[in-house]
Design a protein around this ligand. Structure first.
Ligand code: MF3
Ligand code: CO
Length: 250
């Protein structure tokens, strides 16, 4: 499938979809407390998305049963919210959510600390977040897709963390997942040439230990194989001739 270039009208719809998702993430962040269940987070996210007049795009996506992916500690992504899973002080929790506004998808993820967390956990979350910003320094028309991948890898590798390879970023628009795939680790080739009007979900997933991951028996939850903490940071970004626009920031 070819990479779609959005028209000015489509870009406006993407901007609004992403702006609303930024609000959802902000509200969820403000509500995280020790003692709440991961299911409660999903209910809050689902309710808010619908209150904003949008549709949660993860719900029933390939059978995924919730509207917010909630991944705790060694869970990398796609954790399934549960009424039995209580957040505890010191946990880290990754929230991944998306929505559809007038047919246009947005997608973003953040990792938060629950109450006070260790200095090591804080550093993992901050390096993961910063790796996104290092990546998008390269995200402008005329550069190549894998300039982004290489920049993320070069930054993260200094810290000795494991960059997850099995899951990647992606184009986004009238579908949640469009071409191209965007690896977060170094590539030998250049990849396609970036053009203004591309909208990309860039989403480094970083393990404190080794990069290897496993799929759990629920067929969704991805965990680090060595049990180390994992963080995720994702925004939907618009490529322009100049600086990229980060559409899902609050
Ligand atoms: N942000 C996730 C991704 O790009 C979306 C998860 S899809 C779901 O892979 F099915 F798990 F919801
Ligand atoms: Co995504």
């Amino acid at each position: 499938m070819a990479v779609s270039i959005k028209s000015e009208r489509e870009i406006e719809l993407m901007r609004e979809s992403c702006r609303l998702l930024g609000i959802v993430h902000k509200e969820l962040e403000d509500k995280i407390r020790p003692g709440m269940t991961t299911h409660e987070i999903d209910v809050m996210g689902d309710t808010l998305i619908r209150k904003l007049g949008c549709i949660p795009n993860f719900k029933n996506y390939n059978g995924y049963p919730a509207s917010v992916c909630v991944s705790v500690n060694d869970e990398v992504v796609h954790g399934i919210p549960s009424r039995k899973r209580y957040l505890q002080e010191g946990d880290i929790v990754s929230l991944d959510a998306g929505l559809i506004y007038k047919g246009y998808h947005s997608d973003a993820a953040r990792t938060h600390g629950v109450g006070e967390i260790s200095a090591e956990a804080k550093k993992l979350i901050e390096v993961t977040r910063q790796s996104f910003f290092e990546g998008i320094k390269m995200a402008k028309a005329g550069n190549y897709l894998y300039d982004i991948s290489n920049a993320i890898d070069a930054y993260v590798s200094q810290f000795g963390y494991g960059i997850v390879r099995e899951l990647v970023g992606h184009g986004i628009g009238t579908s949640l997942h469009e071409d191209p795939q965007i690896p977060n680790f170094a590539q030998r080739r250049k990849g396609l040439k970036l053009q203004a009007g591309m909208t990309l979900a860039i989403e480094p997933m970083i393990n404190m230990g080794r990069a290897d991951v496993l799929w759990c028996d629920d067929d969704w939850t991805v965990v680090s194989q060595d049990g180390s903490l994992s963080a995720h940071y994702e925004n939907t970004v618009l490529i322009t001739e100049g600086e990229p626009e980060i559409l899902t920031l609050y």
